[in-house]
Design a protein around this ligand. Sequence first.
Ligand code: NAP
Ligand code: ZN
Ligand code: ZN
Length: 347
Amino acid sequence: MIPVKGYAAQSPTTDLALWDFERREVGPHDVQFDIQFCGVCHSDLHQIKNDWFPGIFPMVPGHEIVGRVVKVGSAVTKFKVGDLAGTGCMVDSCRVCENCKQDLEQYCLNGSSQTYNGFEQDHKTPTYGGYSNSIVVNEDFTLHISEKLDLAATAPLLCAGITTYSPLRHWKVGKGHKLAVLGLGGLGHMAVKFGVAFGADVTVLSTSPSKEADAKKLGAHHFVVTSDPEQIKAAKGTFDFILDTVSAEHDFNMYLSLLRTNGTMICVGVPSKPAEVAAFSLLGGRKSLAGSGIGGIAETQEMLDFCAEHNIVSDIEMIDIKDISTAYERMLKGDVRYRFVIDIATL
Ligand code: NAP
Ligand code: ZN
Ligand code: ZN
């Protein structure tokens, strides 16, 4: 076994702290890479707090992982020692179900292996994430990272990037569409960048008036403060798509009223409590309410390559791992500009 240092929550009520654990030896199809940076996703916080379901503890969060390969298995063909590598929210899947066969491993019918707070495909060995100094991943679930981009700012692409890229591609959002990005945090700011890159007319819907200048710098064409009734009134019935990235409870019916006829609201944010949706909010204007989860491995690589080509990375605030609790507190207040990334050298 390979000894590894990490930051773990021992229970939903304790702060993260240093924890030594072990990873499996590098198997024939595995890649081991030393982690340099790991992004901080709101899902990390949801999961260590048991917001969604009882978690597996100790829990080492982190699924926006980048670093350099230090060892490869005997049968590995896609990576060599010294390459940059990344891992997102999944480390394996069944590979044989109809979704896996269509490059939709995130919807694996037998359950994909989440990078942490999950189990390997034996369904009993727990997985541990990227708030740690090294990881062993099957090469098929390891991504190639461009040397051209700033590495720390690339880490958030592995979750915030793909989670927003995938639905915008699936619904073919682009030229001629009015896209609203609801919530300007880690996911939201990537959605703005992709929406703009795909040619959509992009509006940010935000609870934070102080983020307007940043939204415009990110490329957004319009900014609506959602607490201002006048601004909301003016936005009614105007959007083809709303990409909802909000992490906390919010009024779906109000936001659905901002869609045009035939418009679609796509949920990617995952509040801990179910939302109430009135049938009237959907039938008046033949509206759709949809959802999307991360993205498959092939699409994640496509997104990373797109970002390298178009020079797209995340706007980040680098933190020492000892400051993770403060970062979580700020995240809960919506004070993220626009992704915290842990410098793993501080571990
Ligand atoms: P984040 O950085 O904390 O951003 C969330 C943003 O939502 C905040 O910055 C804030 O933006 C807005 N917000 C917060 N509370 C709100 C409220 N009560 N009402 C309205 N807006 C509110 O979080 P993130 O990392 O982007 O993650 C967002 C959500 O997506 C989380 O629930 C996360 O678990 C989920 N997620 C889902 C997937 C997936 O596969 N679908 C993948 C990754 C993450 P403003 O200040 O602009 O209002
Ligand atoms: Zn995430
Ligand atoms: Zn499968």
